[in-house]
Design a binder for this molecule. Sequence first.
Ligand code: ASP
Ligand code: MG
Length: 467
Amino acid sequence: MSGHARRRLHVLKFGGTSVGTAERIAWVARRSAASARHERTIVVVSAMAGTTNLLLKSAQAAATRDRNWCEAVKEIRRRHTEAASSLLSVGEQPDFSKHLEAALEIFESLCQGFEMVGEATPRGLDRIASIGEVISAELLAATLRGRGVQAVAVDATKLIVTDNRFGDANVLPEPTLTRLRQRLLPLVRRGVLPVVTGFRGATRDGVPTTLGRGSSDYTATLIGSMLAADEVTIWTDVDGVMTADPRLVPGARVIPRLTFGEAIELAFFGAKVIHWKAIVPVMESGTPLRVRNSFRPATRGTLIVPGGAGRSAVAAVTAVPRVQLVTVSADRSLGPVELATRVLGWLDSTGVHPLLLLQSSAENSLAFALTHEEARTLPGLAQQLSSRHGRDGLVLHSSEEVGLVTAIGSHIRHPTGVGARMFSALARRRISVLAVATGPSGQGVALAVPPKSLVAAVRAIHREFRL
Ligand code: ASP
Ligand code: MG
């Protein structure tokens, strides 16, 4: 006989707070082991909460001769050793310590280098940024082995091949697929449970890169879709994707079911629960994606699937505070298409992800919205745009910051009146709308409002659509 029916393949991802303490790691180990008993399982982990920030902040400070990184080394050693001493037997601890010290040594020597040259290079920072993942993967794998599970830590620099855009690298699909098939799948087939580091990748030559802050979700969905998993579960610290940020809207509730299209809009426009990049691969492969709370595993979370969800027009409202609207206009010597080409080319070269783009041929202008963080790359904009074509009457206006409120739903375009209802809900509360955008896919309407009105606007729209 040709063997058993194919067993399900399930990718589980655990975020920073889900592996934030020894107790949480013990829970993650139990959960992973339980999954591995009845289905083929791959685990992806983040660094223990706070580790990535600490690494990056102190490494950057090292370049200004701030010696805080020495404290960071101690702190990271202390937290992980403490967790290890409660999770691992005395016999298992030395092996884990070796991995911990090797990771810290990389951190130390790079910080010394940054200190010496007075500069922290993107390439150097990327070597450091994800060592928290290396440590947590080793710790979880050791914990699992101690509980009789055949687990092994796998460094994603051996799996995920990227270009060299350090800090936000792009994955190269073909070599990555080859490596996943050659290096990860055989482990799973042999009944080994791999614990893969999230967030990390490497160039073809093996230089470590990262996939963007918060991108461990993406590591998990990428692996899941490339290996045709039956499901990917993101274990996080909230109950699922919600109708609004519960800190802004007290009546917000969990959405049981969403489409990929809705989820990507939500993630892009400020829902923190999942990284927008993470939706892309599963959207392409149609792999179901579940978001669940590791602190409340009895709750069901949100299931994200292809197709129409068949419910009311608006599924959720998001808020993005501190958004910069930038308008570039040109005199008539530059056609609208040329203007757009120039601006988009520049945006591409900086690697920012504009929240939206608005274009007017009549005014010969183009506007885009950037988050506050990304807008910091702006000072070079005027210069870069004009330097290529000399004097052609390009004018750049950067607005005051605005807040962006979006209504998202897969049926927004069809029932008439979603936009009108949003406007009148805001008008009744005397909130002015500074800009409007809807995407060609018709899954979201975004309104720019004064920053001080953002919370009121989100509440008004949440109420208007009875979310
Ligand atoms: N630890 C990384 C970060 O904090 C990646 C992640 O958690 O997804 O950005
Ligand atoms: Mg994290």
